[in-house]
Design a protein around this ligand. Structure first.
Ligand code: SF4
Ligand code: MG
Length: 337
């Protein structure tokens, strides 16, 4: 197992109270595997990815529980929750790299692309300048930047949005990370560029044997790329399973609602979209029991009182096939919504 997240909790201590942004999530990823994390904004997806990199601003945020177990080549397992800041600086970029939502958050507008990319290799790989530059040009070519040998000396603002996104992907891939985290990698891009970027991530994953954590609210992207899907609601994973099970045999009312409510690149239901009633809860004042109960058409008395424990739907004993749901009601799909 490349990475195993166990009962991770990341809370923010604010004037309104404790915001339980991530509240006890567990998942694991192997090399070559793509796990999609989906959910509405504010469900804890981005806090999850920032937690893995230990980039939660403290204060007000803090990882208050759980483990992030990362295995290295030699089979040694380390818990990133306990790792020193110096160790995390090595891990970031080298073993776990992140493609952020907005390229301008990870590219420095005042530095040429070359300076920013070369620095990564100098820092993490101890490469000399000339060799690092050669490697960076190769990587820019690999991500589809034309005339890379000269574009590498551009400033970020001289590149189009799609090109900046490619530069950021090149930067993330420079050190052959074992885990690539892509947080809404395509939201800011037009549809054609989106498709190209996704193909690129998929292709690089194959070439490098990396694992990918794909964080998005776009179910079409997940359907295209992911092997497994985890659905987050109110800081928890409410359903997780192979991509086919999540799309064709979802068991959690929220997952079912989500797939009816979100427009997708890969279909044209348009007018048939059905929004989920109500709003996601405040993470500082979570509802009792199942946090989805105020919005759920299937809620029974137990839903207000007890948080539903995980229940295996299928695939017991086979991690890759395992389909787990957290819902008190067993046959949601068989009941009228
Ligand atoms: Fe709905 Fe109850 Fe299931 Fe929560 S546990 S999703 S409220 S049926
Ligand atoms: Mg986000």
């Amino acid at each position: 197992m490349l990475i195993e997240v166990k009962n991770l909790k990341t809370h923010f201590f604010t004037e309104e109270g404790v915001v339980r942004a991530v509240d006890g999530i567990s998942f694991s990823l192997d090399r070559g595997e793509v796990l999609g994390i989906v959910g509405e904004s504010g469900s804890g997806k981005s806090v999850t990815s920032l937690s893995l990199l230990r980039l939660i601003p403290d204060p007000p945020g803090r990882i208050v529980g759980g483990q992030i177990l990362l295995e290295s080549e030699g089979g040694v397992v380390e818990d990133l929750v306990e790792a020193s800041e110096a160790r995390m600086e090595r891990v970031r970029g080298d073993r776990i790299a992140m493609i952020f939502q907005d390229p301008m958050t990870s590219l420095n507008p005042y530095l040429r692309v070359s300076e920013q990319l070369i620095e990564v290799l100098e820092l993490h790989r101890g490469m000399g300048r000339a060799e690092a530059r050669r490697r960076c040009v190769e990587m820019l070519q690999a991500v589809g930047i034309p005339a890379a040998a000269s574009r590498i000396d551009d400033y970020p603002h001289q590149l189009s949005g799609g090109m900046r996104q490619r530069v950021m992907i090149a930067m993330a891939l420079l050190c052959d990370p074992d885990l690539l985290i892509a947080d809404e990698p395509t939201t800011a891009l037009d549809v054609t560029i989106q498709a190209q970027i996704l193909d690129l991530i998929g292709e690089r994953k194959e070439a490098l044997g990396a694992a990918v954590l794909l964080i998005t609210h776009d179910l079409g992207v997940v359907a295209k790329m992911a092997d497994r899907v985890a659905v987050m609601y109110a800081g928890r994973i409410v359903e997780e399973g192979p991509v086919g099970a999540i799309f064709h045999a979802a068991r959690h009312p929220y997952t079912i609602g989500l797939s009816r409510s979100i427009p997708r690149l890969d279909d044209a239901r348009g007018a048939d979209l059905v929004p989920i009633p109500g709003m996601p809860p405040s993470l500082a004042r979570l509802p009792s029991g199942c946090p989805f109960h105020p919005r759920c058409a299937h809620a029974i008395a137990a839903c207000r009182e007890e948080a539903p424990p995980p229940r295996v739907v299928s695939g017991e004993g086979n991690r890759k096939a395992l389909h787990v749901v957290r819902c008190h009601v067993e046959d949601v799909a068989g009941r009228a919504p």
